[in-house]
Design a protein around this ligand. Structure first.
Ligand code: CA
Length: 435
């Protein structure tokens, strides 16, 4: 019942002016899998060629009408594979049919989705908004030469080997079927053209486009195309199917229109939303890390305060346990650099922090580092006077002015000049020299 269809179609086949027999075969049929258009161009002698193309289409119909496939791509691939095996088996069992094979181009229409597949040099074209596009790529020797850059597409059309296929159905037990990767969504006034190579041997894309653009019916177009190929010599059998999606109507809801209206500002809007999300996530992460660091620094300082350490009580290093300090990793810092600053081995940093990959550390991560202690300045003074007054005289306490500077200096705080009372000074552990 074509009244329900979104398309109208026309088809025609002709033996041409130079062949004795038409070995092309075509069909249109309905199946649970969708509406099917298919053309096969047989080869392998008078009997074999016609047998192969007909057997292919009968097998494909049997397969597609016999089973529903959820995935149209599977429907196409499996039905062509099934047809291939039928032809191959028959060729094996009948000496007269030995060597027969066929091309195949098939179009499956399911609602507004168009899937297609092909083997050989029968083609599928799409006419959309006055532009013609070839959807299939010939499995032929000349196409391979074009792909390799050996010959130009112009040279291909007159090449002596232009009838040689690189792939055909029925010549081996398994065939490689080329199936469209995603469906084409048909729109109003789109047209499809399926054809055997007898058409394209004579007519250029420009001619095909001109004929398809006319106001004639698909059947009139099919007849005109065949007639034009015959006018130019009709060297081969000619078969065409023209499908015109005249009756496509948009779904009743206005979602398509609304989408179109949104389009101009939707893209920038999505970008802004994405950036906002990224920045918010980054901000929250920073906040969380900072809170963690604050807590850990507070914890470590609390330990120091609880022990009430002063430099006066530091007579022997071994009497005092390690103090945990927290170093927040800054941009460009490596574990090696951090280790050197606090005089700790990279292995120790890895151990204390449970880091797996040495040197692969993220900016902002709080790194736990053991130091000898954190000393709080009891009065305003310079690092030099602190060292002279508090550390220099205890030989056992291996602290050097250089190590104090290194451990406490940051790009933002060079510890030059008088430091305020209450300033925390990190005293690195120099019992083992790592640097
Ligand atoms: Ca042919």
């Amino acid at each position: 019942n074509t009244m329900e269809k979104t398309f109208v179609f026309g088809s025609h086949t002709d033996v041409g002016l130079q062949r004795e027999k038409n070995e092309d075969y075509f069909s249109y049929f309905e199946s649970a899998n969708g509406d099917i258009f298919v053309i096969c161009d047989g080869m392998g002698g008078h009997v074999g060629g016609a047998t192969a193309s007909r057997l292919a289409i009968d097998s494909i119909r049997e397969h597609l009408q016999g089973k529903y496939f959820e995935e149209p791509k599977e429907a196409l691939a499996q039905s062509l594979q099934f047809a291939n095996l039928q032809i191959f088996d028959q060729a094996q069992n009948s000496p007269a049919l030995s060597g027969m094979g066929t091309t195949c181009v098939i179009l499956l229409i399911r609602a507004t989705q168009a899937y297609y597949a092909h083997v050989g040099d029968s083609r599928l074209y799409l006419w959309h908004k006055d532009t013609l596009q070839l959807l299939t790529k010939d499995h032929s020797v000349v196409q391979q030469l074009v792909d390799q850059g050996t010959i130009t597409p112009e040279e291909a059309s007159n090449h002596p080997n232009r009838n040689e296929l690189s792939r055909a159905m029925g010549v081996a037990a398994i065939v490689e079927v080329e199936v469209s990767s995603s469906p084409y969504i048909v729109q109003k006034d789109d047209k499809f053209l399926l054809c055997s190579d007898g058409l394209t041997a004579h007519l250029t894309d420009t001619t095909l486009q001109q004929v398809l653009s006319r106001q004639d019916t698909p059947q009139e177009k099919a007849l005109q195309l065949v007639a034009q190929a015959n006018q130019q010599g009709g060297i081969d059998n000619i078969t065409v199917q023209v499908i015109d999606f005249q009756h496509i109507t948009l779904p009743p809801n206005t979602s398509r229109k609304a989408w179109k209206k949104l389009k101009p500002w939707l893209f920038p809007f999505l970008i802004i939303a994405l950036l906002a999300t990224v920045f918010m996530a980054q901000y929250l992460r920073e906040q969380r890390i900072q809170a963690e660091i604050d807590q850990k620094v507070a914890d470590s300082l609390a330990i120091v305060a609880a022990e009430k350490w002063t430099t006066d009580s530091l007579t022997k290093v071994d009497e005092h346990p390690d103090t945990l300090i927290i170093h927040r990793i800054k941009k460009g810092e490596s574990l090696a650099r951090i280790g050197k600053r606090y005089n700790v081995a990279i292995d120790s940093l890895v151990d204390w922090n449970g880091i797996d990959e040495v040197e692969k550390i993220a900016v902002g991560i709080p790194l736990k580092i053991k130091a000898k202690m954190v000393y709080t300045l009891e009065k305003p003074q310079t690092l030099e006077t602190l060292y002279e007054e508090r550390f220099k005289r205890w030989e056992n306490y291996d602290v050097t002015l250089k190590s104090l500077r290194r451990a406490n200096s940051t790009p933002n705080d060079s510890l030059v000049g008088v430091l305020p009372k209450g300033k925390k000074i990190i005293i690195p552990d120099l019992r083992v020299i790592y640097m």
